[in-house]
Design a protein around this ligand. Sequence first.
Ligand SMILES: [Zn+2]
Length: 136
Amino acid sequence: MEKIHPILTPGLIAPCGMNCALCQAFQRSRKKCPGCWGDSPDKSKFCQSCIIRNCPTNRDNASHFCYECEDMPCKRLKQLDTRYRTKYGMSMIENLIEIRDKGMDAFLAHQSEKYTCSTCQGLLCVHRSRCLTCNP
Ligand SMILES: [Zn+2]
């Protein structure tokens, strides 16, 4: 069994495939967002009003992930995926397919390998090129 970083859990994976543990809003110490599934006034307006987070199809499907949806990738998911691939070098759609095909544990192990800082063993942030623990 590969090692999974202790902060990485299935509960922090959003329906769109975003790993909230890697988000700047989750990693910051003040006004910390609890992740897509949590409710908090500290969650950004952008995420509170997210069409995918509030999508009734996702609420009704068993896994709550977009990969179960027959419309995947919908327009909104495609937009988000393009933005993240271009700006941050990660793909929500790739994440979703990995979770669907390899399982959550394998996905988290892979995320762990990819996003653990080799200097401090903290989690890297997808929105920043530098480790926020080493370079706050
Ligand atoms: Zn670090």
